[in-house]
Design a protein around this ligand. Sequence first.
Ligand code: KG4
Ligand code: ZN
Length: 345
Amino acid sequence: MSAAVRILAIETSCDETGVAIITDGRRIEANVVASQVALHAASGGIVPEVAARQQLRWIGPAISEAHRLAGTDWRDIDAIAVTHGPGLIGSLLVGVGVAKALAVSRDLPLIGVNHIEGHIYANWLTDDDPSSEPLEPPFPLLCLVVSGGHTQLILMAGHGRYRLLGQTVDDAAGEAFDKVGRLLGLPYPGGPAISAVASDARPVTRFPRARTAGRFDFSFSGLKTAVMREVEGYRARGEPIPVDGLAAAFEEAVVGALTARTVTAAEEFGVAAVALGGGVAANRTLRATMAERLNGIPLLVPRPAWCTDNAAMIGAAAAGHFRAGERADRSLRAVPSLALPWTTG
Ligand code: KG4
Ligand code: ZN
């Protein structure tokens, strides 16, 4: 058997500073995530300049901490991987700049990774059983990537072969959670906060489901407006706002929309499995509803900690590119709107 490939991966696309060390494309030796959630909670959302400055502050310590946890030094690393988009330009530039500098100074191959691809490959991460053979994803695989910045339904015919079936026409699912969380007076980020208060509550209303021109597209901005109208109605009547019940009704509507499109696509394309990824995939109601409605089609979901942004998933996605001989060089650029190389068939 060939020696294990060990990748040091860097993720700085938004407000988490992630550094991970991964072997065999899926086994985590270290996964450091320095989160700025507490900082952004004070401002009620992400301030890009603040996020970039924090990335710069934490990237060095996070790299040292990853080596310490894995018991490695630079001689043990075979390649450096970095998210080069999509994301916030100031944040991306920190990771890309540091990765390029390290690749040159340590004479290591460099691999640029698309953040969305990372969210998909989070499904094959493991931190136990070092002897386990790398699992192959089952193809065709339907992926639902739902995060603060993205909502995409992707059909994967094989490694590196992505077909975009649909996406949000306005807000991302996580963005909707965050905005509605703020409307309901819940702490940032809204996703986990809404999920927590909704878990024991009964929906107080049924929000209408948005229609979209594309059968597999999503729309969440109308839902946000509907929640706002409800809140204003309670206020105008001088009644207490049923935060938990509204949160439950909102969550039900988002989960309903995500699940309906995904199940239809899974059946229509006869997929071998469905994989979730991105911060919203940590949502318990989404995970449970999807499993139930898929009616026997296998469902893959990363652990909640691997759904939200981390570098381990970037290392997992990079491993395939490394094996395929793909290498980036000093011309690698941070691209805020980087798309996957979409196929049409
Ligand atoms: O993937 P991620 O960490 O960052 C992006 O790439 O955007 O996703 C963050 C998003 C936030 O909008 C957050 O509110 C949402 O994921 N989120 C959740 C949950 N945990 C995080 N949304 C719903 N339920 C959750 N449990
Ligand atoms: Zn993400």
